[in-house]
Design a protein around this ligand. Structure first.
Ligand code: ARG
Length: 570
């Protein structure tokens, strides 16, 4: 059941009959089909404007010619409106087609195999060592995880990479601070927070005692040189940070295939430097080595500092080469805030100048906007930080509170609250197109009646409850009973869900899926209010139950694809 394909075929055949000489492209017709602004005008419309030039005919005349020749069991009638050919889908055909198709493989409606044999690397979350996981790293985590599931669903091999920020002079300072004022017990006790406190203290003391700076640098040098003591302290810091982050990842259900971060590339730097040098790309600038990008309207990409240290960009170049070698990816995505736009453009360009055409063709910066919290910008400096474990904790508490009020009799409230609370956070992060800035607000995220996670989950639970109450009904579904406008709207949304999944992958945009499931949930609730599901007519009841089941299954799939669970009761 591929709705667009079936309709496109019908239009194409009509066009071939009407214009035997015309050069027509069936795929282009399929892409051109669109939803009319008002369903009363038709279920799908074919705009004839693009054919006008080739056929030397006005779009309304073309539409006229096509209308008389449309012949398909999928289409009841075709109407001409201006340059548009409006198609009215046969309701019975659609109901039967989409509902049997969903039922045939309920968990995989919208899945595909087009990614088979292809690999996508996804770089997401990529947190920094010795910093607590805060809300600024929510979007990269949520978007990356969702994209991983989406690609997976379409048959790709996916490699999730947490490119840890675990390299830099700050770690030398942290060890110096630890040596002066820290203790094993205090750090074990205080965790990552204790580490960042040490770092803050270092900066305060450094202002008074400039010798500290050198100490920090010395410790960093020792990390770089592989000194045993330095490394063991540093690795301990790293383990602490990851242990902390894992709590958040567990709550979110987020996983990775690799934690190869910046320090992983320590011994892979020479290859990059030598290759850049051999390819005559390195130029000296104030003692440092850079790749000049003036021809591409970008500032130079800094590769080596004057003291020989490599940089963030050098490590990303090494990482790209490593990923290509190791995974031979067909796509490599970087889910990173748009502030790093220039960084990625530079890195991709340098790789391209090195002769790697795949850098232009296969690598993409999947950028996203900033997040604020209850209308306030977040800033580490101003101490205005929201930690993710606190946020998720609070989300579960608030959800529990609402559930206790709404459904006092519900069993296992705590687990439902977990699914709803966490889901609300994820959904609100993924509801708008990723490039937009977002403001996280509790009243919006947890509103059970808005375009929210809880609303969609609630609709799913409603479907489950309808099905539970109906029990076993052995009657054959009477598809003709699903002829009303509300059912039709649902059938169309379900039929287009597979397209939404593909579109989401094509644009690396999970919001297409959050929107699709929201529309399905709204349409189902409308259907539910307008029609009784269980009626005297068993065939009708069976059909409405089948529709309810399909809605439940597709919502569950959609939620899964954006990283959410779907509770059966709420
Ligand atoms: N750790 C960096 C940050 O928090 C993000 C790293 C993104 N990935 C990369 N390959 N550069 O800003």
């Amino acid at each position: 059941m591929e709705l667009r394909g079936v309709l496109a075929q019908a239009v194409w055949e009509a066009a071939k009959a009407a214009f035997p000489q015309g050069e027509l492209d069936a795929a282009a017709i399929g892409r051109a089909l669109e939803l009319p602004p008002d369903p009363a005008m038709g279920d799908m419309a074919f705009p004839c404007f693009s054919l006008s030039k080739a056929l030397r005919m006005g779009p309304p005349q073309i539409a006229q010619q096509l209308a008389g020749r449309i012949q398909s069991p999928a289409i009841d009638r075709a109407e001409v409106k201006g340059g548009y050919l409006n198609l009215f889908i046969n309701r019975l055909w659609l109901a039967r087609g989409v509902l049997t198709a969903v039922q045939a493989n309920p968990a995989r409606w919208g899945a595909g195999l087009e990614g088979q044999g292809k690999t996508v690397c996804l770089d997401y979350s990529s947190i920094n060592i010795a910093k607590r996981f805060h809300i600024g790293h929510l979007s990269t985590t949520a978007i990356g995880h969702s994209l991983k599931r989406i690609y997976d669903f379409l048959g790709w091999r996916t490699v999730g990479i947490n490119h840890l920020g675990d390299w830099g002079t700050q770690f030398g300072k942290m060890i110096a601070a630890y040596k002066h004022w820290g203790s094993r017990e205090a750090i074990e006790q205080g965790g990552v927070q204790a580490l960042s406190d040490l770092y803050v203290r270092f900066h305060e003391e450094e202002a008074r005692d400039p010798a500290l700076e050198q100490e920090g640098r010395d410790w960093f040098k020792r990390i770089e040189d592989g000194d045993e003591e330095a490394l063991s302290i540093f690795n301990w810091f790293k383990a602490l940070t990851l242990k902390d982050a894992d709590r958040v990842y567990d709550l979110l259900g987020v996983t990775f295939d690799s934690y190869a971060g910046e320090s992983f590339y320590n011994d892979k730097m020479d290859r990059v430097i030598n290759e850049l040098r051999d390819k005559n790309l390195l130029v000296e600038s104030d003692g440092a080595w850079v790749v000049d990008l003036a021809d591409y309207d970008m500032p130079p990409c800094l590769i080596l500092k004057s003291d020989g240290a490599t940089l963030y960009a050098t490590r990303d170049i090494a990482a790209a080469l490593y990923r290509k070698d190791t995974y031979s990816f067909d796509k490599c995505l970087y889910v990173v805030a748009y502030q790093q736009d220039l960084h990625f453009r530079q890195v991709f360009k340098v790789l391209e100048l090195m002769g790697y055409a795949w850098a232009r063709e296969q690598m993409e910066h999947v950028a996203f906007g900033m997040i604020s919290y209850e209308g306030e910008a977040l800033s580490t400096r101003k101490g205005n930080i929201v930690y993710l474990d606190d946020l998720l904790q609070k989300a579960q508490e608030k959800a529990l509170h609402i559930i206790e009020e709404k459904s006092p009799g519900l069993q296992d409230k705590a687990d439902t609250a977990r699914q709803v609370g966490i889901g609300a956070v994820l959904f609100s992060d993924l509801y708008n197109s990723r490039i937009k800035d977002i403001d996280f607000r509790w009243d919006r995220a947890l509103n059970f009646d808005g375009e929210t996670g809880p609303y969609v989950q609630y609709t799913h639970a409603r479907c489950c409850s309808v099905l539970r109450k109906a029990g076993d009904l052995n009657a054959a579904p009477d598809y003709a009973a699903l002829h009303d406008a509300e059912a039709l709207a649902l059938h169309k949304l379900l039929a287009f869900f597979p397209e939404a999944v593909r579109e989401a992958a094509l644009r690396n945009e999970p919001s297409i899926i959050t929107r699709a499931v929201t529309e399905i949930a709204k349409a189902y609730n409308k259907f539910y209010y307008e029609h009784r599901i269980l009626t005297e007519d068993e065939g009708c009841s069976a059909a409405r139950l089948l529709l309810t089941r399909a809605v439940r299954d597709v919502i569950r799939t959609g939620l899964y694809l954006v990283g959410m669970e779907a509770p059966e009761q709420m």
